[in-house]
Each structure stands twice: as C-alpha cells, then as structure tokens.
Design a protein around this ligand. Sequence first.
Ligand code: PRP
Ligand code: URA
Length: 213
Amino acid sequence: MKQYDNVVIFNHPLINHKIAILRDEKTSMKEFRELIEEITTLMTYEALKEGVPTVEKTVTTPLETCQQTVVADNAIAIVPILRAGLGMVNGIHVLFPSARVGHIGMYRDEETLEPKEYYCKLPDGIENKLVLLVDPMLATGGSACDAIDLLKKRGCKNIKFMAIIGAPEGISKVAESHPDVNIYVSTQDRQLNENGYILPGLGDAGDRLFGTK
Ligand code: PRP
Ligand code: URA
C-alpha cells in the first residue's frame, strides 16, 4: 500500500498482543469490551504526542514555583461512530474524564456497503476542540469519510481519527479524501472480503461488543 504522511500504523507489540486476543472467536463479550478500551487508551497515548492544545500554568512545588505545560481545559471532544465506536469512549475518558462526547450514528447498507447516517448530536463549541473520532473498524472507509465530512461541515478543523483494525482500501480512501486529518490505525489487515468484512479481522465489532447478531 502507498505510504501517506497523515497515516500512522502503530504495529506496537503490546497492542498487537491484545488484538490477537480480540480476534479470537472464543473471546467473551466482557473480555472483548475490556480489550477495546485498553487498546484505545494505548492508542490515545501515542496519538496525542502531537496536536494537543496546551496552556502554560504556574505550579508551586514544596521547593519553588515553576512553569508547566498542561492540556487546555475542555480542549478535547470524543466522537464515536455508532455503534462500535462506543466501545472506545471509556478508553479515552480514562485519560480525559471531562471530555465531552458527540455521537454520529451510521450503519452500512448490507448490499451497497454505503454508510447511512441516522443520528448526530455534537457538543457545543466542538469546532474549537481537538476531535478524536473513533471506530474500531476501518473497512471500505465510507463511514469514516462521511463522519469526517459531517464534522468539517460543523466547522471542526483539528480532527484525529483512530481505528483499531484497518483494511488497505479504507486507509487509502480516508487518507486521500482527508489529507488534513491525522489517521491512527493499530494494525493493517490484508483485505476486504466480498461482503466488505476485513480479513482476517475480528468479525462484526458492534455485534461482539454488544452481544447482538
Ligand atoms: C461497522 C464499523 C464501522 C463500519 C466500517 O459498523 O463499526 O462503522 O462498519 O465499515 P466501512 O469502513 O466500510 O464504512 P456497522 O455499519 O456494522 O454498524 P454497527 O457498528 O452499528 O454494527
Ligand atoms: N465492520 C465490522 O464490524 N467488521 C468488519 O470487518 C467490517 C466492518
């Protein structure tokens, strides 16, 4: 696959270890949910190395006063793409408990694989925040592209998209459609099958998170 300046594929041994358990069809719903959260926290730590709004603050230690750089208040919004993106929210809230959460509801039409939007509620002032758009699965890239279009229409300028597993087709589509968005993918899988599922993948992330079929 072509290399893109706006794409980071982590391939980190700790994350890959957890993804191996996530993929296993025998992994329970509870463990699946916990792993999605843990992987998201690790991804957020890496993804926020750059581009986080910070401010200078004076801190008085027991010995002296110093200037410190801290994350600006109310600077980050989390936006999961429903349903499966919901599983990633707590993994970011662990790091930023007061981050506001917006929701974008999308499902893929099973025939055309085109995303259909069915819900959108975003926090006030989102256009001035760093938006962490999250969805564990990046398959054709249609859902992520439409969600980013929607955020841009609402004025968002600082968007990072995080997906746990990405197919080459989806990574290329989002990277080329939105070169100004930073894309973070934990691992790149081989290909999509004829039904638009990622191979080897982990199956349907929403169903495995919420126990549906
Ligand atoms: C899954 C997944 C993504 C989308 C990815 O959602 O969570 O949102 O498919 O596919 P794409 O890159 O081809 O658009 P799905 O439509 O199955 O809805 P769900 O999360 O409600 O199960
Ligand atoms: N959505 C999923 O949940 N899994 C896939 O493999 C593709 C899209």
